[in-house]
Ligand binder design. Structure first.
Ligand code: ZN
Length: 347
């Protein structure tokens, strides 16, 4: 993080309209939450509003010993230092926290988690790309950055965690400061495992773990299609899906969630990631190093084609298996297929 932070920086109250606060609450009740619109309506405070609304909705403060003033400062510090890249910024953090919330609530998994595990899930989502430099792990190595010297593997994921724990080490922002030591330790471990699972290098391994589970316990294997009668998702069973796996799936599901938004929202996120990728390609050309995949604004200019590749290699294999494991008729999976078709029409 570029700046040294103290809680005093965030003492000044914010003027946020009641309608923006209502918008944030509405995001908690629909799969079609639009964090970009919320960011605009709230004057740049989507993450703050979403974070506070999620803690209230899940009633996390008292059972988890979280002070409201500390939470407020922590969320504002996240917003201030998330990084201002077009895609990897505080809005994405807020968007992914909403995705994790919807995954847990809409798939009936709230009862699988303790309050502390729920807190870890939401905080892990909020911080999962914190202090993002607008690069990728391959770039970090090729450019020989300080981060690549500090972390040998999953460089950015370790960096997001490092920056998060550095922030939490300042008492004004220490969300876990009043927790019993065991709870702190558990929270930290759950967040570390979740964030490390977002490394796309692990994506295929991750998908095959879920495939193995689906082959034995998915709706297709259970003969539960198309009616789903008598089908209980393995996600309901602790013996089949432990909490760390459940949280990792929730975070991955949410991290890619723009691909299941209504097309006009999805397209905004795609424009943002594309611009961020191309800006990185420009920097790489200046540095005289190889340009990262999809980051060459001349060669990778066909956005529909890039999206079709992204859907076919990353999104479809993942969401189809998650749907088979939880609910084959889930709206996100239907949307992924519809959005893929729409890119096909635009190609
Ligand atoms: Zn992310």
């Amino acid at each position: 993080m570029a700046m040294a932070l103290s809680g005093e920086l965030f003492e000044e109250p914010l003027t946020i309209s009641d309608s923006a606060r209502a918008d944030a609450l509405a995001c908690l009740d629909t799969w079609d939450y639009d964090t970009l619109a919320l960011q605009e309506a709230s004057g740049g405070h989507a993450l703050l509003l979403v974070g506070e609304a999620l803690f209230e909705r899940h009633k996390l403060h008292e059972p988890c010993h979280v002070d409201r003033a500390v939470l407020h400062r922590f969320l504002r510090a996240l917003e201030a230092c998330y990084g201002d890249h077009e895609y990897h910024n505080a809005m994405h953090g807020a968007d992914v926290a909403l995705g994790v919330h919807h995954f847990i609530v809409n798939f009936g998994l709230t009862a699988r988690l303790t309050k502390l595990e729920l807190l870890a899930a939401l905080v892990g989502a909020l911080v999962h790309d914190f202090d993002h430099p607008g690069t990728n792990n391959g770039h970090e190595v090729r450019a020989g950055t300080e981060r690549a010297l500090m972390h040998t593997d999953a460089i950015l994921e370790h960096h997001h965690l490092h920056s998060t724990f550095k922030l939490l080490a300042v008492p004004d922002f220490d969300l876990f400061g009043a927790m019993p030591a065991d709870d702190r330790e558990l929270c930290r471990k759950l967040i570390v495992d979740m964030v490390l699972a977002t490394d796309l290098k692990m994506h295929n391994d991750f998908t095959s773990t879920l495939s193995t589970l689906a082959a034995q316990h998915g709706a297709t294997a259970a003969g539960a299609l198309p009616s789903r009668e008598n089908f209980t998702s393995p996600f309901q069973a602790q013996a089949l899906v432990g909490v760390p796996l459940l949280l990792a799936v929730a975070l991955k599901f949410a991290d890619l969630s723009h691909c299941f938004k209504p097309f006009h929202i999805h397209k905004h996120w795609v424009e943002r990631i594309t611009n961020e990728f191309w800006a990185l390609g420009d920097r790489e050309r200046q540095l005289g190093i190889a340009v990262s995949p999809l980051c060459d604004r001349d060669k990778d200019s066909n956005v529909p084609k890039s999206q079709i590749g992204f859907f076919n290699f990353i999104c479809v294999p993942f969401y189809s298996i998650v749907a088979d494991l939880i609910d084959p008729t889930m709206l996100p999976w239907l949307r992924v297929q519809a959005n893929l078709q729409e890119w096909g029409r635009r190609r």
